[in-house]
Design a protein around this ligand. Structure first.
Ligand code: NAD
Ligand code: ZN
Length: 254
């Protein structure tokens, strides 16, 4: 395929910026897919950048096997992540995505792999959270879910007596079918797909980019580094989300 448009700063490439903004403005459908990179500038480490908590790899504490073996360890990890997410503030990229949604008159879908709740905090309304949310807990007995920002104990229990777990999709677990189907349907509508701050290696989330591409979407990537999705992109903004996304949304909504 042809070389993608590559934009590395907000001051130059004026004609490319407006061509891409026109694409979004004229599209019959807009899908935004975000990953940990969109929250990096809110102070939440990305998975690839750190991937370690104490001496444990994320993959070793974010699994159903780890929870069955040592729920206290897993809850310590999640209480730490909950505290970080709840003290973080959305950044200009989250806010720009919310602004883009409110300016749209065509179908708009925000799909996130993040579990930090920062898109909600920034004012996005419809969000497909593929991997759950740190603020939610789920009972391992009665399956009831609840949103709580309170500090939890290291072995929190439901009123039915069973252990609570984070309402997160762990490694090796299936995504909620309804959420995944909605995300796939949005990707399959084509139009424009804006992919922000994801390494595009975690499936099935990364597969949404391929669905968009085969359904003819104009694919835009925002990421300071090359990713598994770069070769599929029509346009690449090679820079931090908090600078590139607001600059793009400003041009779309101007
Ligand atoms: P990832 O860590 O694999 O990749 C992060 C990507 O963000 C990288 O490509 C990196 O180059 C890019 N990036 C870094 N700084 C950026 C910036 N300022 N602006 C734009 N992009 C930037 O993350 P992933 O692809 O989302 O997959 C990791 C998995 O880990 C996901 O399933 C997610 O649920 C989970 N996770 C979530 C959070 C969160 O909720 N904030 C944090 C860490 C991990
Ligand atoms: Zn219960």
């Amino acid at each position: 395929m042809a070389t993608p448009i590559l934009i590395e700063d907000v001051e130059s490439h004026a004609s490319d910026w407006s061509a891409i903004a026109d694409r979004i403005r004229g599209s019959k459908n807009v899908t935004v897919l975000t990953g940990a990179g969109v929250s990096a500038e809110s102070g939440l480490p990305t998975f690839r950048a750190c991937g370690l908590w104490e001496e444990y790899r994320f993959e070793d504490v974010a699994t159903p096997e780890a929870f069955a073996r040592d729920p206290e360890l897993v809850w310590r990890f999640y209480n730490y992540r909950r505290a970080m997410a709840m003290s973080a503030q959305p950044n200009d990229a989250h806010r720009a995505i919310a602004k883009l949604e409110s300016s749209m008159t065509v179908p708009f879908t925000l799909i996130t792999q993040n579990v930090d709740g920062l898109h909600h905090a920034a004012g996005s309304r419809e969000i497909l959270e593929l991997h759950g949310n740190l603020r939610r807990v789920r009972c391992t007995g009665c399956k009831k879910t609840e949103t709580t920002e309170e500090k939890l104990s290291e072995l929190p229990r439901c009123e039915c007596g069973a252990l609570l777990r984070p309402d997160i999709v762990w490694f090796g677990e299936a995504l909620t079918a309804a959420t995944l189907l909605k995300a796939q349907a949005a990707a399959a509508r084509g139009g424009v797909m804006l992919v922000v701050g994801t390494s595009a290696v975690v499936h099935p989330a990364a597969g949404l980019i391929e669905i968009g591409r085969v359904r003819g979407a104009f694919l835009i990537e925002v990421n300071p580094a090359e990713t598994e999705a770069t070769h599929l992109a029509h346009a690449v903004f090679r820079g931090p989300a908090s600078r590139m996304v607001p600059a793009l949304v400003e041009r779309v909504t101007a």
